[in-house]
Design a protein. Structure first.
Length: 265
């Protein structure tokens, strides 16, 4: 059976986070090895590794937290903190639902272009490439996607923007070719507090089904700032978050770029 995610994909996933100087590499690597040694399916291993990466900033705020169970469900992780057994439920808040599908398409296009470049000469083209696209670029049709892949391939090969690519920036990577979207953010890109409250309400409904052996259960809501669908500049009507009612012992909102954390409960 063909693996859904290769080891190379996982390495690339982690490599992007290595560019973040705040990354606590040693515990992340240890936790990833633990997940690898588990009997989980490859798809579940990939998901768990991605989730633990999102918690990197959380570990800076709670350095004494030690994860004991990385492969459980409901909650996602079980950790030890001050002699207490803490269940941690992790969920991502999507700020731009319309961009989620576009981002999925982009990632598939990036992967195809990476394969073309690595097949030609991995040593020559290895690096992390941050691409920005022209606003009129189409991603919804297969024919347009194929044209975009060629534009991405040629832009990296010639080291200058071509076709749909508006700008290109390269960062060092010692092993492979990794392509991602250029980070950019509007100064008025708000995250509505209602989206956070709706997410909490959905998790509240599942609370009775979580592991009852834990002393406390925490909900960590993450804005994945490396994702164009999850980014935000500020939380709109932040004061509404004080009104939250939930059986979770603690609730946090975390963004994983600068590591800002908001205690909601």
């Amino acid at each position: 059976m063909k693996k859904t995610f290769s080891e190379e994909d996982l390495i690339k996933n982690l490599s992007l986070y290595y560019l973040n100087r705040h990354l606590k590499k040693k515990p992340i690597e240890k936790y990833h090895r633990t997940i690898d040694e588990s009997p989980l399916h490859d798809r579940e291993k990939y998901r768990k590794k991605s989730e633990i990466l999102l918690l990197n900033s959380f570990m800076h705020h709670f350095p004494e937290v030690k994860f004991e169970n990385l492969t459980c469900e409901s909650p996602d992780f079980i950790a030890k903190l001050n002699d207490k057994k803490i269940g941690i439920e992790l969920t991502e808040v999507i700020n731009h639902l319309e961009m989620k599908k576009v981002e999925s398409t982009l990632n598939k296009m990036f992967r195809r272009a990476e394969i073309l470049l690595e097949q030609e000469d991995t040593t020559k083209y290895r690096g992390v490439y941050f691409l920005e696209f022209h606003s009129e670029t189409k991603f919804d049709h297969l024919e347009a996607q194929q044209e975009n892949i060629i534009s991405i391939y040629k832009s990296i090969k010639k080291n200058k923007p071509m076709g749909c690519v508006k700008s290109i920036r390269k960062s060092f990577h010692r092993r492979n070719v990794f392509i991602t979207h250029e980070y950019s953010m509007s100064l008025f890109d708000e995250l509505c507090s209602e989206k956070i409250l709706e997410l909490i309400e959905k998790k509240n409904e599942k609370f009775p089904y979580y592991d009852t052996s834990v002393d406390e259960c925490w909900l960590v809501i993450v804005s994945d700032m490396n994702s164009i669908a999850s980014r935000y500049t500020f939380i709109q009507d932040k004061e509404h978050l004080k009104e939250v009612k939930s059986p979770f012992h603690k609730i946090f909102h975390l963004e994983n770029l600068c590591g800002n954390i908001t205690s909601i409960k």
